[in-house]
Design a protein around this ligand. Structure first.
Ligand code: 16G
Length: 240
């Protein structure tokens, strides 16, 4: 199965072998792969080598480990296009997944200076700050902190944000969200977010900051969304 003479390191060969098995469906999602000991025997390599291959596949999001139990085949990551200005609820429903939220905080305040500038607000203008954990099929996917100018959604209440925020803005407020600019970076998860997202410290997460505008170029929302990197993959089509 493996080529010991090959310049390709053994752990890479084992990794490729397991990856092929996973991708061609030899293991189903949630199924345990053979133990480290079994793989060590099968491939006649050291435990260190096997561990390295598995760690790489865990980091790639193909496998996950459960302490003291074993290593299992992970659910494939969500492939999220970077091009559409869609809501979390729309995204999950279009995949046949059940979206839900947990509200962490809901406040009205004068924002920090960078938010104030980006939302084109005057010094004393307030924003609503909504922090929610977003779930798909009851699994935590992201944490979103949204800033909305109070003057645009003056009577925003708790029950308006239990479901879809975009639906509230568009259907209840009859505002048209038209375009947005966004940036994305990889960061290490903050301690409090790690607990909400149910991931270990330190873990890398994907941070997206998006500023959305109405048709008249008035900013309606700044969002800082922290996505689980093991559950999300962002994709875009590019042309030359
Ligand atoms: C998306 C948006 C977020 C928006 C939310 C509304 C990004 C980075 N974020 O997650 O800005 O607040 O959708 O979702 O794309 P909702 O309508 O389900 O509440």
């Amino acid at each position: 199965m493996l080529d010991k003479q090959s310049p390709i390191p053994m752990y890479v060969q084992i990794e490729d072998y397991l990856k092929n098995q996973i991708l061609q469906g030899d293991f189903v999602i949630g199924e345990a792969i053979p133990s480290e000991r079994e793989l060590t025997d099968t491939f006649d390599v050291s435990r260190m080598t096997v561990r390295q291959s598995i760690t790489n596949l865990v980091n790639e999001g193909l496998l996950y480990r459960e302490k003291g139990r074993g290593t299992y085949v992970a659910t494939p990551k969500i492939e999220q296009p970077l091009s559409g200005l869609t809501s979390f609820t729309e995204d999950m429903l279009s995949r046949g997944m059940k979206p839900s939220n947990k509200l962490i905080s809901f406040e009205k305040m004068i924002p920090e200076i960078d938010i104030m500038h980006e939302l084109q607000l005057a010094k004393d203008e307030e924003v609503f700050v909504v922090k929610r954990i977003r779930y798909a099929d009851d699994k935590p996917m992201a944490i979103e902190r949204s800033y909305l100018p109070v003057k645009l959604v003056p009577n925003l209440e708790l029950n308006d944000i239990e479901g879809s925020l975009y639906s509230f803005i568009e259907k209840d407020k009859r505002l048209i969200i038209s375009h947005a600019s966004q940036r994305m970076e990889a960061v290490l998860v903050k301690k409090e977010d790690a607990e909400f997202l149910q991931i270990f410290m330190p873990s890398a997460v994907l941070l997206i900051e998006r500023i959305s505008y109405l048709t008249n170029d008035v900013p309606i929302e700044i969002v800082r969304s922290t996505y689980r990197a093991d559950r999300y993959k962002f994709i875009s089509e590019i042309r030359r």
